[in-house]
Write a protein that binds this ligand. Structure first.
Ligand code: HEC
Ligand code: HEC
Length: 334
């Protein structure tokens, strides 16, 4: 605890010097990743444990980190995720990194915020396949969790809203400041080389920033996938599933491009294996533009400068189950 307070304090001193330098970058369409504000540290520590705890799944095998692996950019690096009973889901797992900056959660924006999102996978039969009641039942059987929830919320019983609030609080800390691009934005003109800078100019001038902008370089609007040319996807229709409006068919939340170097494969169906492929497709179907190999390579070089400091922390040690903890139901190969 003491160490953490210290590093937060150091963070504040650094950021106190920022406003002056931010002014330099004010006319750019992308802004630096903002520092985390108003975090409840006790809640973060509890949420971190829950994020890594596979006992929130029916099988006792799948945790949030299974599909949003924090050692791999907050994703699973496979086209579409694998859940309970090895079921392959219909859609690519977006990164949890910087997800607190999203205007809504999921590709179609069906959850308003991180807390609303976090209840979804626990009870989703294709993901963790549990129920909220059973998950709470497991947690209440573990004495150390009972103590930590009491400390965080002052209550003697655990409820699902507390579980999701703690996970969401932890997720708010998963931001990635200090990328080379942010250093450049903040005035360090040596931070990018000529190719990367040329890639950024091309990214701006060809219109990518119409959709990929702001501190997360995306995450702040829903846009059609396939504006100039239709995209042959896997049939998932995106935003219209939420709004019921035909006009929203094939609209998706614009993904953040922060750490995009780490979050392959790309697009909601995970169909683009490489960044070059994704950039080429975007140019063609969103902007009607065919980039040369050199142009694509320079945009890719720029995108790789968006990789920031990855969250680091001690691996959480999870409290042991008690004799009363309901046992998991693992699944086998069919
Ligand atoms: C079986 C794999 C799997 C597990 C387990 C899982 N997720 Fe996800 N997660 C996904 C997929 C796939 C999506 C995208 C679903 C969609 O958009 O319809 C997603 C979406 C999200 C998003 C939205 C990100 C964005 O940009 O829209 C967040 C946040 C998230 N998950 C957090 C969590 C948390 C917290 C847990 C644990 C409680 C969890 N996930 C468990 C696969 C998983
Ligand atoms: C009209 C809005 C729009 C424009 C313009 C646009 N994009 Fe996108 N971009 C999107 C949307 C929406 C997605 C998600 C598409 C999907 O998977 O359904 C996306 C996805 C991506 C991805 C994949 C990210 C991931 O995690 O899956 C990359 C990379 C990307 N865009 C780069 C670019 C580049 C480079 C340009 C300019 C050449 C560009 N985009 C122009 C809206 C746009």
């Amino acid at each position: 605890m003491k160490l953490k307070t210290l590093s937060l304090a150091v963070g504040c001193t650094l950021f106190a010097a920022m406003p002056l330098r931010v002014a330099l970058a004010a006319d750019e369409p992308i802004q630096p990743v903002p520092p985390v504000k108003q975090i409840n540290l006790a809640l973060v520590e509890l949420g971190k444990k829950l994020y890594f705890d596979p006992r929130l799944s029916k099988s006792g095998f799948i945790s949030c980190n299974s599909c949003h692996n924090l050692s791999m950019g907050g994703t699973d690096n496979i086209p579409t995720s694998i859940g309970d009973h090895w079921q392959q889901g219909p859609i690519n797992a977006p990164t949890v990194l910087n997800s607190s900056m999203n205007l809504a959660q999921f590709w179609d924006g069906r959850a308003a915020d991180l807390q609303a999102q976090a209840g979804g996978p626990i009870a989703n039969p294709g993901e963790m396949a549990f129920s909220h009641t059973l998950a709470v039942h497991v947690l209440e059987s573990i004495p150390q969790y009972m103590r930590e929830f009491k400390q965080a919320f002052g209550t003697d019983r655990i409820n699902i809203d507390e579980v999701t609030a703690a996970i969401a609080e932890f997720e708010k800390t998963l931001v990635t400041p200090n990328s080379r691009f942010d250093k450049w934005l903040l005035g360090d003109k040596q931070a990018l080389n000529d190719t990367e800078l040329a890639g950024y100019q091309l990214f701006k001038n060809s219109g990518c920033t119409a959709c990929h902008n702001g501190p997360a370089v995306g995450g702040n609007s829903f846009q059609k996938m396939g504006i100039v040319e239709p995209y042959k996807g896997n049939g998932v229709e995106g935003r219209s599933a939420v709004t019921g409006k035909d006009a929203d068919r094939f609209n998706f939340k614009v993904p953040t491009l922060r750490n995009v170097e780490l979050t392959y494969p790309y697009f909601h169906d995970g169909a683009a294996n490489t960044l070059g492929e994704a950039v080429d497709t975007m140019g063609r179907i969103q902007l009607g533009r065919k980039f040369s190999a050199d142009e694509t390579a320079s945009i890719v070089a720029f995108l790789k400068t968006l990789t920031g400091d990855q969250p680091t922390f001690l691996m959480p040690i999870l409290p042991p189950s008690s004799d009363n903890t309901p046992r998991p139901t693992p699944f086998a190969a069919k």
